[in-house]
Design a protein around this ligand. Structure first.
Ligand SMILES: [Zn+2]
Length: 312
């Protein structure tokens, strides 16, 4: 009798051991499957792939943000950066700030751009970054920043976080774009209007001779308000500036000088300090001019540069 009890006991103990071993194995396999499933859902990219490829960046960001969706805008014919940004309800800063692959402001047909559902930009995470340091850099509430990027558990392992409602940091851009973006901050457009003549070689509308045009012409009706392109000091304000006719020159004290020509009325005097955007004159058609327009020149250290490098 005793013998039978011992045998059965041993049998049950063995049964339990086998059960636990099998159970542990099954659990381990399930765990491994779960991990491989997660890898599929969270594709692994290198930082370079994410910088170059808008689609990869979209997939990456979608797993990390809440309340912000990302999608691809494929550029259609006749579209430009400004129009595309406007279609989605934000400024070009957002498109630039989410597309570090861009090298210029020009877009080409079928080019893929990463678009967020709200305005903002991607911040490239550096090894020294903390949520607090990023929040301070962009002057944004730390909790809003964390809430927006709720899918991130370990910031040090991330390539990007999304900063809602802010302008891009230059550290995201490639060198070419950094240069252009910095220039954009330097000047603002003296007025809004149709560009009637670009910078460079052209046939002169009055003389008929082929010559170099040292600035751009913006066609606007006489009397349109002209604003200073940047802070500076008025160095010329005269009704008799050669073929410019009535003109204002501003020295921006950083190697840059701007000219505003063919004006109808001057509203500043020589030596006056002006702020960016301050109204300095009214446009006209004085001097050598075929019709009402503003001639606008940007010079750096005496050399004329294409103003469209600076103006959007
Ligand atoms: Zn001109």
């Amino acid at each position: 009798m005793k013998n039978i009890i011992i045998r059965w006991s041993i049998f049950f103990i063995c049964l339990f051991v086998v059960y636990f071993v099998i159970n542990a194995k099954v659990h381990a396999i399930a765990q491994a499957n779960l991990q491989s499933a997660m890898v599929v859902h969270l594709p692994q990219y290198t930082k370079q792939e994410l910088l170059n490829d808008a689609t990869a960046r979209m997939k990456y960001m979608l797993t990390r943000t809440k309340g912000v969706k990302f999608f691809i805008h494929k550029v259609k014919s006749r579209e430009n950066l400004w129009g595309i940004a406007k279609q989605h309800g934000y400024s070009v800063h957002t498109v630039i700030g989410c597309n570090p692959q861009m090298k210029t402001y020009n877009v080409s047909i079928n080019q893929k751009l990463l678009m967020p559902s709200i305005g903002g930009n991607l911040h490239p995470v550096s090894p020294t970054d903390t949520w607090q340091s990023i929040a301070e850099k962009y002057n944004i509430d730390e909790q809003i920043l964390k809430d927006t990027n709720y899918g991130i558990t370990d910031l040090s392992k991330e390539y990007f976080v999304f900063i809602p409602g802010k302008k891009p940091a230059v550290d995201l851009m490639n060198e070419s774009m950094q240069e252009k973006y910095a220039l954009r901050d330097l000047f603002r457009s003296p007025l809004a209007g149709r560009l009637s003549s670009t910078f460079g070689t052209r046939r002169h509308p009055v003389t008929g001779k082929v010559s170099k045009h040292g600035g751009i012409d913006i066609a606007v009706k006489t009397g349109t308000l002209v604003g200073a392109a940047a802070d500076g000091i008025v160095t010329v304000a005269s009704t008799n500036v050669g073929h410019y006719g009535t003109a204002v020159f501003i020295d921006h004290q950083n190697g840059y000088i701007t000219h505003y020509g063919h004006l109808s009325k001057i509203l500043v005097r020589v030596g006056q300090k002006v702020r960016a955007g301050q109204i300095i004159a009214k446009s006209g058609s004085t001097g050598r001019s075929t019709g009402p327009h503003l001639h606008f020149t940007v010079k750096k250290n005496g050399v004329s540069l294409d103003p469209l490098k600076f103006l959007w």
